[in-house]
Design a protein around this ligand. Structure first.
Ligand code: ASP
Length: 344
């Protein structure tokens, strides 16, 4: 890892970013006009996002004035699925960069009259959108839009496929807490409804790129299909482990990320009942005791407390859940800044 940028030791307040949209002094080139998943990111590019986000965190903390990097740039949040933290986080991030933010309320818009995704995109583009932040229930929808849109598309979650800014904020949060700021060889468990989780998929790319020993764990019906990916290796090389054995997964773990049971995407028959799931796979204090001392606890939210995670674990001293949310703003500022630095 590059050393963290010295807090407060940067350039004059308004020069928060260099001309490339990244943290001052960075040498890595950023080539991505869109951010649709983490699979396209090299490790230096991931580090660039993290370095830039560390710089952005100074603006969020009020140590630097708001940046003018995106002044006059239209950022439109187009969320076809429910969201609190991701949508608000993108909005706050865009405002910290002085962008003109528009939130499209899907309910009450022409989308309800059946307007297609591409027609909606063209309408928003004609109204000045330069960045489209899209959440959609269909995997791949942001890719379709990115093919036609003149500006930048950021995927804020597509179906069960990808959620790149969540994975980046998870990585940034974890790295802040591991000794030496390195995940190399650290055991990170992603637990629960892996099958429906775009968070899990995007995290597998970033966590294995960071050198973590990644384990996916859940009932057989909810980890199905991942064994083949694990055996082939991420990017054809980086292995990870898939198991239904919760004890084996938790033993000596350095971090556990519990996933929400996604009832809205769950086909009948995948789980006998939520009660049974909680009894067999819920992250309780007793189970967490199997992990390494001080094991970090994460959850992308929204949490079903008492189902995938017990309340005392979710709100306990090892929990990074609130910090994940806060970190999301700086990460999204970094991503907004980087993608808009790439000319068409
Ligand atoms: N908020 C995350 C997502 O949109 C996780 C979840 O919904 O369970 O994917």
């Amino acid at each position: 890892m590059k050393p963290a940028l010295a807090m407060g030791a940067g350039p004059a307040p308004d020069a928060a970013l260099d001309a490339s949209g990244s943290a001052p002094g960075s040498t890595t080139a950023w080539p991505h006009r869109h951010l649709l998943d983490t699979d396209v990111l090299t490790w230096p590019q991931i580090e660039l996002v993290l370095d830039t986000a560390r710089h952005m965190a100074e603006i969020v903390a009020g140590e630097r004035p708001r940046s003018t990097a995106l002044r006059g740039v239209g950022v439109t949040n187009l969320f076809y699925e429910a969201s609190t933290r991701t949508r608000v986080s993108f909005e706050v991030a865009a405002r910290h960069l002085s962008a003109d933010v528009v939130n499209v309320a899907v309910s009450g818009s022409s989308i309800e009259k059946g307007e297609s995704l591409l027609d909606t995109m063209r309408t928003l583009e004609a109204l000045g959108a330069k960045v489209l932040v899209i959440r959609h229930a269909t995997s791949g929808a942001p890719y379709l839009v990115a093919r036609e849109f003149g500006g930048s598309v950021i995927n804020a979650g597509d179906g069960r496929h990808a959620h790149p800014t969540q994975a980046l904020l998870d990585l940034a949060t974890l790295l802040r807490h591991v000794p030496g700021r390195s995940l190399r060889g650290r055991k990170v468990v992603i637990l629960g409804d892996v099958l429906h989780s775009r968070v899990a998929r995007s995290n597998v790319w970033t966590l294995t790129a960071a050198g973590a020993d990644v384990w996916l764990c859940g009932p057989a019906t909810l980890v199905r299909g991942f064994e083949a990916w694990a055996a082939a290796g991420v990017g054809g090389e980086r292995r990870f482990t898939v198991t239904t054995d919760l004890e084996a997964a938790l033993r000596d773990a350095d971090a556990v990320m519990a996933l929400r049971i996604q009832k809205e995407r769950m086909a009948a028959g995948l789980l006998p009942s939520l009660h049974e799931y909680a009894a067999r796979f819920g992250l309780t204090r007793e189970r967490l005791a199997l992990a390494a001392e001080g094991c970090l606890v994460m959850h992308p939210g929204p949490m079903n407390e008492g189902i995938e995670i017990a309340s005392d674990v979710a709100n306990g001293p090892q929990s990074l859940v609130t910090e994940q949310v806060a970190t999301g703003v700086a990460i999204r500022m970094a991503v907004l800044s980087l993608v808009t630095s790439v000319a068409r």
